[in-house]
Design a protein around this ligand. Structure first.
Ligand SMILES: Cc1cc2nc3c(=O)[nH]c(=O)nc-3n(C[C@H](O)[C@H](O)[C@H](O)COP(=O)(O)OP(=O)(O)OC[C@H]3O[C@@H](n4cnc5c(N)ncnc54)[C@H](O)[C@@H]3O)c2cc1C
Length: 56
């Protein structure tokens, strides 16, 4: 219960320091496919920060 709201809060907090990401079974599904998808999306966002040269 309350997972979606908790997840939204975590995403908001994690978005503040540039380059910080979370992924894996605790967030958007425990299946391997969901874990890989959140991992790839997190890696993409980290790379975007790297490419933009934002100090983290
Ligand atoms: C027995 C079992 C069978 C499963 N079968 C299936 C299945 O058939 N199909 C399916 O889709 N899903 C299955 N799952 C679920 C799926 O495997 C997991 O939900 C998924 O692997 C979790 O991925 P994750 O990256 O979040 O965590 P993990 O795969 O647990 O990865 C976390 C990693 O972080 C490391 N780590 C932890 N703490 C630290 C630390 N302090 N410092 C450094 N490293 C750390 C760990 O060693 C680990 O390598 C199964 C799970 C289990 C337990």
């Amino acid at each position: 219960m309350g997972h979606a709201a908790r997840l939204a809060r975590i995403r908001e907090d994690v978005a503040r320091p540039p380059g910080l990401e979370v992924c894996g079974a605790a967030y958007e599904g425990v299946g391997i496919a969901a874990c890989v998808a959140t991992g790839l999306a997190a890696a993409e966002r980290v790379l975007e920060v790297e490419r933009a040269g934002v100090p983290g």
